[in-house]
Design a protein around this ligand. Sequence first.
Ligand code: AMP
Ligand code: MG
Length: 486
Amino acid sequence: MKSLDELIFDNRFARLGDTFSSAVLPAPIEEPRLVVASNAAMALLDLDPRAADAPEFVQLFSGHKLWSTAEPRAMVYSGHQFGSYNPQLGDGRGLLLGEVLNNAGEHWDLHLKGAGMTPYSRMGDGRAVLRSSIREFLASEHLHALGIPSSRALCVTGSSTPVRREKFETAAMVLRLAPSHVRFGHFEFFYYTRQHEALKQLADFVLANHFADCQTEAQPYLAMFRQIIERNAELIARWQAYGFCHGVMNTDNMSILGITFDYGPYAFLDDFDANHVCNHSDDSGRYSFSNQVPIAHWNLSALGQALTPLIAVEDLRAALGLFLPLYQAQYLDLMRRRLGLQDADEGDEALIQRLLQLLQQSAVDYTRFFRTLGDSPAEQAVQVLRDEFVDLAGFDAWAADYLQRTQHHDDTPSARQTRMHGVNPKYILRNYLAQEAIQAAELGDYGPVRELHHVLSQPFAEQPEFAHYAQRPPHWGKHLEISCSS
Ligand code: AMP
Ligand code: MG
């Protein structure tokens, strides 16, 4: 276990030089205070959880203090936003403080979001509000606990610094951890500015540090692109299986590591709705829940375009062809597990589609459906769930097929429950839960955020004392409008 001043920095990205990022110091926020910290994220840096109690902790993560060996940089990138190319984005309000080398030999980027203006701030103020910082923190740690790859979050610090959005709010910072902060948009920037030497340098950097096993392949860049496709197919399969809507799948928000990245107006589905659009600013529904699959493919094509100086077009095309089949196989596998099925049958895809249609038609709570299905033996569970459906004949027909499908499973009720509860969370980060915790935090009470974080970091555990967090959302909580403003 280390203390804060024992962290070892090895700033590989900074060493790439000024073509890829600019040196910028964090601008502190006033009267900083610790809102919430994640022990699990601290463990990634070998930090003793008690480090969060030290005054130094708040100072380091609010821009008041800096390790002498950190080298804060704002990274340059571009990207496709809502389908249109934006030539100049970059870290407008976040800084890569440096890369910490842990005891296991892993590098973790320390990225301080809300750290002030940078050369890429454009019209922005370089700040992040408390509300969106808490949302990013909660989601990062919760998705990880659900088994959905994600950037991580070490802590949120709040302040008295006023920030103007639709109304006046206060500034906060979130410390994000990830093995890399390279986005699809990094490659797009160097491709569209015709800096092909730098593009190659970036590809070599990513290859060496994050896809080392591809280096020995006959075509290392192509092998890397294939792995990026595989990882993203797996990521999107998990999003779809667990009802996660990202909300702003612009290529600058897509990680080359295939982790959930740059949280904005995200949502987990309450009632199942394939057409749900969680981003209030997304008028055309480009990033609706079901569109996430074709959009991920589109984004990977945009990355492929940026890699044309390094990889032959026909190879890129063939690799992109892998995305959908990979996605489908992963998604089917996850959904089979959620249904408690122990083997594969060719009728499973249709069985799942029929269920989703029934859930949609009757606006059934997505998370609670699967948890309840695992609560009791299958015959009993479908009887309990039957009341949720409007189309009773449709549900009965589905249930009969489902029961037939599970008939030859010879596990005991308790083995079935353990297996299903291990993949079907009891607790999910519903927007209204985040909203309630944020409202308390905005009034200076951080107890609810900390408790919610605690509950959501063990989403599969029963936690009877927190059962109220697993209830259906109240009516007001189902229709919250979350915009891009952050
Ligand atoms: P996002 O929508 O958070 O993914 O951000 C898109 C781009 O806008 C990125 O380049 C951000 O760094 C930048 N940005 C967002 N908010 C701000 C802000 N308040 N100040 C400066 N830049 C910002
Ligand atoms: Mg972004």
